[in-house]
Design a protein around this ligand. Sequence first.
Ligand code: SF4
Length: 327
Amino acid sequence: MLDFEKEKLLRELRRRKPKRVLVQLAEGIKKHAPEISGWIEPLGIEVIFSGETCWGACSIAVQEAEALNCDLIIHFGHAEFISSKFPILYIEVKDLLDLKPILKKSLKELNKFKTIGLSFSIQHRHDLKNIVSFYRKNGKKVILSKKVGNVAYEGHIVGCQYGGLKAIQEDVEAFLIIGNQFHSMGASLALEKPVVLVDVYNDNVRSMRGLREKILKQRAISIEKLREAENVAIIVEIKPGQKFGSPKFLLQKLKEAGKNAIVITMSEMTPDKVMNFYNIDAFIELACPRIALDDFYKYEKPILTFRESLVALGIKSWEETLKTGFV
Ligand code: SF4
């Protein structure tokens, strides 16, 4: 049920006339590589697929493309997140699911709220008019989250940017996220008002309140462990859009707090790589902040976001972080 915007793809390729392209596919759509190759190669263009993980448009593979002498990156499955001098064609990919049944189902969960803040993951942008009109016909006032930070459109949500939702928080009674748990869980941690997920992939509608409380407990545990840690590592990644906090600043603050602190670079953080640094007691990762939040159970050692490390170091309070969010 996915629309890979083939016409746009071919139109852009005929216009730009690249000789060799590097194709990045978001996780979950990599299986479509042979099909996509079959569209591009007949134009006389050489196609190379990146096998590296691609969780967001923060992962644009400029280094790979340059090393392979490609003259264009085609990035499928995300909207533009950061600007780049390297030419990139974004194909957002539309999900053609019929949302009407699940929108109807959501009315029960929303019955206490008249004004709702709405955000959607990029695959549902093409359905926005229908979504908004559905809720308006059912007596709701809908306000789209603002285009703040690296999101591409009003209403668009990504896992590490919630400024656009915070900007409308005073004007709404609750937030409604059309998409999946990843975005709505992040939203529930960043916002004080209730967050309801319309989980289009699991066909259910649910409040994020319970999960929020559980994650907050995990975050408090990780912060406490960093306070107690003797050896600490700051992890930086080399992905262009994953720079959340200054390693230099943090290194200095950790040392001032009496900790042995080092900086480690990784192309992508994984439990295997982290495990090799077995004498490190806690890690602060300045790459995708969602690794710390979502992969709590995958790592034996505590992994913290930049903002959480400021709480452990006494630079910010827990209460402030509840307001600003953890990512
Ligand atoms: S940094 Fe993480 S949350 Fe943000 S866009 Fe990249 S993968 Fe998504």
